[in-house]
Write a protein that binds this ligand. Sequence first.
Ligand code: HEM
Length: 222
Amino acid sequence: MDDDAGRNTDDGFAARLRRETAEAHGAAERSPFMEELLSGALAPQALTTFLAQVHQLYAVLEPAVDALRHDVVVAPFADDRLRRLPAVSADLRAHAGEDWHEHLVPLPATERYAQRLQEVAVWPAGLVTHHYLRYLGDLSGGQVVRRLLARAYGWPEAELRSWDFPEVPSPKRYRDHYRSLLDAAPWDDAERDRVVEEARRGYRLNEELFTELSALLPQWRR
Ligand code: HEM
């Protein structure tokens, strides 16, 4: 496993984090909303509503990361190449039109998620946890989501920038690099436990968001 220089190890903290949140990830992943969206069965408003929620999350997360970009814990993770707000905004404009701002109506679950992001903005390890959840998610499953959406709806790639990282040529290599940053983060055992707990909480917040989106499915079925 260590044939690759600088590669994260199977028993590092990143591996533990992934292992101990696998169940929570699975629960967040299995949502009727995503399944139906990816099957190509929904009106475009489903995508717009989803992206409007994501926009509001990044609108809290990215300024919070900017504010702590010189913090010793946050600094290694604060990478401008990851920034999602311009891409999500561009997709919203493409799919909702010039008045896309009017679509930025938060669901209750989005408000709760954004509230938690605000709370962790003063806790560097907590902020990194949510950074990990969003960006590593976009760089993992998000890559599949993008391909499936393009295929199912015929949308051009230029209108699916939310999961496109033009400055990250290999998402796989970036994920390995990111895991080595997690392994190297200066956290003692108690802080690591809190990070795992926060990641589970973050997955639950995502799951609740998908549950609320799933409840809206009838209005988007064609
Ligand atoms: C739409 C449903 C989702 C699908 C299809 C999906 C799919 C995937 C896949 C295929 C991976 C790669 C697993 C691997 O490397 O073996 C992954 C990893 C990941 N996903 Fe998701 N995912 C979904 C939802 C989410 C959500 C809601 C979040 C949280 C915001 C999330 C966060 C992550 C993270 C952080 C990883 C990296 C785990 C690690 O290696 O440490 N995913 N996802």
